[in-house]
Write a protein that binds this ligand. Sequence first.
Ligand code: G4P
Ligand code: NA
Ligand code: NA
Length: 194
Amino acid sequence: MKQLQDKITQEGLVLGNNVLKVDSFLNHQMDPALMQAIGQEFVRRYAGERITKVLTIESSGIAPGLMTALELNVPLIFARKQKSLTLREDIIVEKVYSFTKQETNEVTVSKRFLSADDRVLIIDDFLANGEAASGLARIVEQVGASVAGFGIVIEKSFQPGRQMLLDAGYRVESLARIASLSNEGVTFVDETAE
Ligand code: G4P
Ligand code: NA
Ligand code: NA
């Protein structure tokens, strides 16, 4: 998605440890018009998939997730993260390990908002190791619902998340795919060469 790549090139900051800082439009300040265009692009790519719910995880997935859900005219659910949890019967729980933060969170969704006949599009802001993404897919599958696929705003293609999801049989649509991050800047995957 050209508009997004341009924004990353103009405003993204490469940090030393293979991290891209995009807090001027995605992770802190948010660009509503860009989020709307992102939602429309996910909907275009998943046209005909009969999606009934959009699922993301707090907090930075909510903006692109909401714009996608608005465009589809379906609800958005954001999974909640918590460090530990007293067991309750009305929630779906999956453990998600973060390599970046070196901690495990319990990710939860209320059983009231997902059912076996749902077809779910999973949206997230970043795809790196794929731990959050696969945790969200497990939540969907726990209730017997189906995953239509993943919609990722920024994929770090040099990390294993995309391939892990593809190997598990999921469809992955990433609007910006980053081949490398260096002092010289951001290099995108050449999708015409694939
Ligand atoms: P994984 O789920 O793909 O395995 O990723 P990981 O644990 O490494 O990511 C932990 C957090 O860091 C996630 O946000 C993820 O979106 C974010 N992240 C990963 N790589 C980058 C990067 O290069 N740049 C930025 N800006 N973020 C990155 P989170 O903890 O869920 O936070 P938030 O959604 O509340 O912002
Ligand atoms: Na994030
Ligand atoms: Na996220």
